[in-house]
Design a protein around this ligand. Structure first.
Ligand SMILES: Cc1cc2nc3c(=O)[nH]c(=O)nc-3n(C[C@H](O)[C@H](O)[C@H](O)COP(=O)(O)OP(=O)(O)OC[C@H]3O[C@@H](n4cnc5c(N)ncnc54)[C@H](O)[C@@H]3O)c2cc1C
Length: 299
């Protein structure tokens, strides 16, 4: 695998104002469906967007920049926010490219006033109806690449909307890499079963791979089901601790992690238990990172 595996932490931490807002492409909403179960506390929606120019291209693991309209009276022409592309590229009947993104509706409490604010871009996107248009830019970030060795092992760890890039990636491997022999272990974290994206009663994309000998998916749920609470990685990962440690010692194992930045700390804690000590884990992780075999897309 080349060193350009996917977005590095430094890409994710780059200030939003550093991202190019040109060239711009027009995106029209084809559909906007809720992905989380109707009774789940968190609302995550999948938007299918049609891009107005055939030359728009992206690769799996990249994100688009959405330019949500701002208030010019406050000096904001727009607010740029990034969203991972959540599936393989498609083409509409008119030959225009279509992409999917999955968006969690965000709100937050102002620490001084105690008032609740709606996140600007996520609410803008979640409220769009089919036919609505807005501008996008990008794509940004380095793409996921399939390892050159087709018997490599992939450990994919996604929490919340971080599962989005893995959906297209796993599909790409099983559709387009016919001699793929490596193990794919997908760890999928959510705050409750109702918030398992692409793995609930309405949409269960990953079941289509369950007959593949190489594919295994594990769910990790939070013991306390609010968005800011840690995911319960411990139980799920420790149950496979010995096998994971063996895989992590194999020079052809790659680990991709995507989701909220806080998951890195949670994973470090649990992998230190798998390794037997913090120091052992720090050494193993450093080796993986140096070989570009541990890569993160966090936000
Ligand atoms: C590389 C990259 C890829 C991303 N991919 C996705 C994606 O696929 N889907 C997605 O929904 N978001 C994704 N995000 C996050 C997204 O860009 C926005 O930050 C998020 O939608 C909030 O924007 P907003 O304008 O609604 O909120 P703002 O008005 O900017 O308010 C931000 C508030 O929400 C909190 N917040 C921001 N993002 C999250 C989050 N995801 N979960 C919990 N709290 C959050 C912040 O701490 C802050 O308090 C990605 C971010 C990056 C950097």
């Amino acid at each position: 695998m080349s060193t350009s595996t996917m977005a590095s932490p430094s890409d994710a931490l780059k200030h939003l104002s550093d991202y190019d807002t040109e060239p711009r492409f027009g995106a029209t909403v084809v559909s906007n469906e809720r992905l989380t179960a109707p009774d789940a506390a968190e609302e995550v929606r999948e938007l299918v967007l049609e891009i107005d120019r055939p030359e728009f291209r992206f690769q799996l693991g990249q994100s688009i920049g959405v330019l949500a309209p701002g208030d010019p009276a406050f000096g904001h022409e727009h607010h740029i926010r990034l969203y991972s592309v959540a599936d393989l590229p498609e083409t509409g009947a008119n030959g225009l490219p279509r992409i999917k993104i999955c968006v969690r509706r965000c709100s937050y409490l102002d620490e001084y006033s105690g008032e609740e604010y709606q996140g600007v871009a996520s609410n803008y996107l979640c409220d769009r109806a089919p036919g609505d248009s807005f501008s996008i830019t990008g794509p940004f970030g380095l793409p996921f690449e399939v390892p050159e060795e087709h018997d490599a092992n992939l450990i994919l760890i996604g929490s919340g909307t971080g599962i989005a890039p893995f959906r297209g990636f796993v599909k790409h491997i099983y559709n387009d890499v016919p001699d793929w022999k490596g193990k794919i272990w997908l760890f999928h974290g959510a705050h409750s079963g109702l918030e398992m994206l692409y793995r609930n009663d309405e949409t269960d994309d990953f079941t289509q791979y369950f007959d593949r000998e190489t594919f295994v998916a594990f769910q990790a749920l939070s013991p306390r089901p609010s968005w800011g609470d840690p995911i319960g990685w411990e139980k799920t990962i420790l149950e496979r601790g010995a096998e994971l440690w063996e895989l992590l010692g194999d020079a052809s194992t790659y680990v991709y992690v995507a989701g909220l930045e806080q998951m890195l700390r949670e994973l470090d804690d649990v992998f230190a238990q798998v390794a037997g000590s913090k120091e052992k884990w720090a050494r193993r992780k450093a080796e993986l990172m140096a070989g570009m075999r541990w890569v993160e897309l966090t936000y």
